[in-house]
Design a protein around this ligand. Structure first.
Ligand code: AMP
Ligand code: TRP
Length: 334
């Protein structure tokens, strides 16, 4: 079995990215001992919107280091950078030649992001992005693709394109399945707990936790998270969104069930102890991640890991691409 996934290097990583995406990969890596993992930094996807050159360069490295600092084992996972495997955009083009414009135009993410670019011009790649994403997945014959809720529609399109190609040219691609996390698929803002935790969509710095925030600041953000006045700890997303969000974070970081945590605090008459404990849990989790991150970012180890990941990815991708081109009738020689 093979798993493939990627993260776009377009923002500083938050606790939401960790719980909703990176930690899922780590859990899957630990659970599925026989599976092969291909995880990449989706840098080509980043330039569907304008990016600062220096910042993009830094973020690509940052994300790669963070993946490992968060627990991805480079011996188990092939970690690489998308633009270093040129078969991605090549198969992306083949996928553009498999998809219809109407299918691309129907994508929710495209419709939303397009609005933000109307003034400066909407890049063509913003529209064709799902074709490249399909290529990222199909190139490796992925069976499972762990993604957040917002990517499920792109996964559906990937399945459609794989099936269409297979029926046009003969069985070529594995039709992949999306895998979304049960707990923590949407960590909420600490200040407005009905909204998603996101740096770009928050007005206050207290609303989100960055994986590279100062540890004391992180603890304070948990202590000052918006809750309610009932002073009773139980899970009710509708009426107690703040406490429910904190319970979700607690459960995810301690790998325990929300039920057990509720039980642990059932006799409390205020939120203070619960918040203080959670502040320590979040603080110490992120402190460990940061220690490893700073070691990696200064060392040659990261480049060695990325070179090794690139070699393996290139090997699989080249072999697959030969097969694909051959199916279409594009290779001079077999
Ligand atoms: P983004 O930073 O929005 O490009 O997302 C990168 C990955 O992190 C995707 O798999 C998202 O679904 C996931 N993600 C981002 N924000 C959150 C959040 N607040 N809660 C859970 N997962 C998130
Ligand atoms: N589109 C994904 C996101 O915005 C990132 C991504 C690119 C991806 N290619 C992928 C995720 C392939 C899974 C598989 O988060």
């Amino acid at each position: 079995m093979r798993l493939v996934s990627g993260i776009k290097p377009t923002g500083d990583l938050t606790l939401g990215n960790y719980i909703g995406a990176i930690k899922q990969f780590v859990n899957l890596q630990n659970e599925l001992k026989d599976a092969e993992f291909f995880i990449f930094v989706a840098d080509l996807h980043a330039i569907t919107t304008p990016q600062d050159k220096q910042q993009l360069k830094k973020r690509v490295r940052d994300i790669a280091a963070m993946y490992i600092a968060c627990g991805l084992d480079p011996n188990r996972v092939n970690l690489f950078i998308q633009s270093e495997v040129l078969e991605h955009p090549l198969l992306g083009y083949i996928m553009e030649s498999t998809a219809y414009i109407g299918e691309m135009e129907r994508m929710t993410q495209y419709k939303e992001k397009k609005q933000k670019q109307l003034k400066d011009g909407v890049r063509t790649s913003l529209l064709t992005y799902p074709a490249l994403m399909a290529a990222d997945i199909l190139l490796y014959d992925a069976d499972i693709v762990p993604v957040g809720d917002d990517q499920v529609q792109h996964l559906e399109l990937t399945r459609t394109l794989a099936e269409r190609f297979n029926s046009l040219y003969g069985e070529t691609f594995v039709v992949p399945k999306a895998y979304t996390p049960k707990v923590g698929a949407r960590i909420k803002s600490l200040q407005e707990p009905t909204k998603k935790m996101s740096k770009s969509e928050s007005e206050s710095e207290k609303a989100y936790i960055l994986l590279l925030d100062n540890i004391n600041q992180i603890k304070n953000k948990i202590r000052s998270a918006v809750t309610d006045n009932e002073a009773k700890i139980y899970f009710d997303e509708k009426n107690k969104p703040g406490i429910s969000n904190l319970l979700t974070i607690y459960a995810s970081l301690t790998d325990s069930s929300i039920e057990d945590i509720v039980k642990k605090y059932e006799n409390e008459t205020s939120y203070q102890k619960f918040k203080e404990d959670l502040a320590e849990i979040v603080g110490s989790t992120i402190e460990k991640i940061q220690t490893r991150y700073y070691e990696l970012i200064k060392s040659n180890e990261l480049d060695e890991i990325l070179n090794q990941g690139r070699e393996k990815a290139q090997f699989i991708a080249k072999r697959k691409m030969t097969k694909v081109l051959n199916r279409i009738g594009l290779l001079r020689q077999k």
